[in-house]
Ligand binder design. Sequence first.
Ligand code: BG6
Length: 467
Amino acid sequence: MTQQTAFPEGFLWGGATAANQLEGAYNEGGKGLSIQDVMPNGLMTPPTAEPTPDNLKLKAIDYYHRYAEDIALFAEMGFKVYRFSIAWSRIFPNGDDAEPNEEGLAFYDRVLDELEKYGIEPLITLSHYETPLNLARSYGGWSNRKLVDFYVRYATTVFERYKDRVKYWLTFNEVNSILHEPFLGGAIEKSREEITEQELYQAIHHIMVASARATKEGKAINPDFQIGCMVIAIPRYPLTPKPEDAFKALRETQLDAFFGDIHVRGAYPNVLLRELREHGVELEITDQDLEDLKNTVDFVSFSYYMSVAESTNPSAETGHGNIMGGVVNPEIKQSEWGWGIDPIGLRYALNTMWDRWQKPLFIVENGLGAVDKLVDGTVHDDYRIAYMNDHLVQVEEAIKDGIPIMGYTSWGCIDLVSASTAEIKKRYGFIYVDLNSDGTGSLERYRKDSFFWYKEIIATNGASLKR
Ligand code: BG6
């Protein structure tokens, strides 16, 4: 019997990574420091003055030297697309340099050579939580309008360089994370409690303008570019049927979504304007900014890991491990890191985003962070296979709902250092990397059971999913 699949022909199956979490070589090839180089514990402790040896990201999985071997493994799985980020500080080591660093550009040329060898489409994130440290420490990060020009110069430089080799671009990873994590998302060295609403929203405005201006420049360089925004998708369900809880869930959803609204509609939504007024925030917005914002995106990409519940009850359990707020939903299981596992939430997110924005959607992160055990050269990660299978079944349902979905790149397709906790024991990959928390390990790569499972899913365009 022929197996059925609703995944369209040309669906972009693949995996995703970020430079700071896998490249290592933090001071090689003319690279400058990025904010990640002073975050040895991710979000768990404040940044350090300088890089410290306990920061696993300095070495990471040494992709900088092993990219060819790793891309060959992606090709073996049949990847159609590979999402990765360019480390901004490899191209402009201090962020404000007059000229780009040729060695940094040449590195990504070599990466693109490998991808071309196997016919894998690149999908590049321009800024994935790795702003040059100098822009944080000398300029105050995105609070400073000067970052708009620095970012646009960086974006234009890489657009020009790779214009005939790369079609798909994302401007800022998880752009809405800044609401909760000002340093990670905005290179502003203040905690959420320290930063004023005025400063936070001005920084967000600068990011929105930078993204729109980069989109405009990119389209001028190559009109065939497909440029997308990237948001955290996190369905927020009311904890109870109380209207107050339902409304709280709605309002929090709207506040997450305004980043996408601006990217897609080119203007601030009214809900946000009210929020700003009530916080006494008066943004500096120029007429040119308003014009620039009209350069909207071609598609919306997003990460999806979990859903949460919302409650007006102050004693509702907030749980742990989630930077995006909300309370624990007792109806779903949590991962070992306290992230609420909810495959239907992915279909829910796809539907709400399509209803809201009517733009093609691209799932550019999804996956299970878990502890893996290497036994006889492999990992029996049936838990990861089950997680991904169940999520992909819901993607297929969303396709049947009539939603245009461009592709699916699972997060951390090769084990890499975690963003929130900077650990290696929280693994997402199809490929196991022999690296331990103390930095020891051979860095050898091993195919997990999920490697062969995903290969089959791609080969059958989703027909082999267990429904
Ligand atoms: C997203 C980020 O938040 O989630 C990635 O874009 C990150 O950089 C991923 O790695 C998973 O989070 P964590 O904390 O498990 O690495």
